[in-house]
Design a protein around this ligand. Structure first.
Ligand SMILES: [Zn+2]
Ligand SMILES: [Zn+2]
Length: 182
């Protein structure tokens, strides 16, 4: 499975933001933005609030249960991102798309990049590639970059947890069956 580098990166940023704790502090968010090479910036309190709010809405695009709902959420985010994408040839690079002016406010850039990242995955990779962990109680979302696109869990830990409890349920059922008086 290949994503174009920028769309892929942008979608991974969207997933990472979605998976932040609701109560995450500015430092955690700043670190994430710097890791994803979006911005090295100190966030103001209002930027932090705006990005937390945006992250919760990104989460909804991954977690939406149907293609129609995924598309609806993504379109709403694209409309609100309302950035001006343009083609750049900076640093001698071949023409490539920038989703927002690199001098724009960090919130504007994050919105533009992540909305475009979701749209790229939806249109080029397929809606099933935006996924939410199937383990009960787990809210983690991910971009499914597996070869067959059938990823169901966020981690080995969640997959194991589900398999172990399914196994327990089966053996409990068996115990009940065998314990039943003849
Ligand atoms: Zn560039
Ligand atoms: Zn999980």
């Amino acid at each position: 499975m290949h994503f174009n580098a920028y769309g892929g990166n942008a979608a991974l940023l969207a997933a990472a933001l979605s998976n932040l704790d609701d109560g995450c502090d500015a430092a955690a968010l700043e670190e994430l933005l710097s890791e994803h090479r979006v911005a090295r910036a100190r966030l103001t309190t209002s930027q932090l609030a705006e990005l937390r709010d945006w992250s919760a809405r990104l989460w909804a695009a991954f977690a939406a249960p149907s293609v129609t709902e995924k598309v609806a959420v993504a379109n709403k985010l694209l409309a609100e991102a309302a950035a001006s994408p343009y083609v750049s040839t900076h640093d001698g690079q071949p023409p490539h798309l920038h989703y927002a002016d690199e001098h724009a406010d960090v919130v504007t850039r994050v919105r533009a990049v992540t909305a475009a990242g979701l749209a790229t995955v939806l249109t080029e990779a397929g809606p099933q590639r935006l996924g939410r962990c199937a383990a009960p109680g787990c809210r983690t979302v991910y971009v499914d970059v597996s070869r067959n696109g059938r990823r169901a869990y966020c981690s080995r830990l969640c997959a194991t947890r589900v398999h172990v409890s399914a196994h327990r349920a089966r053996s409990l059922e068996q115990d009940l069956t065998t314990a039943r008086p003849a």
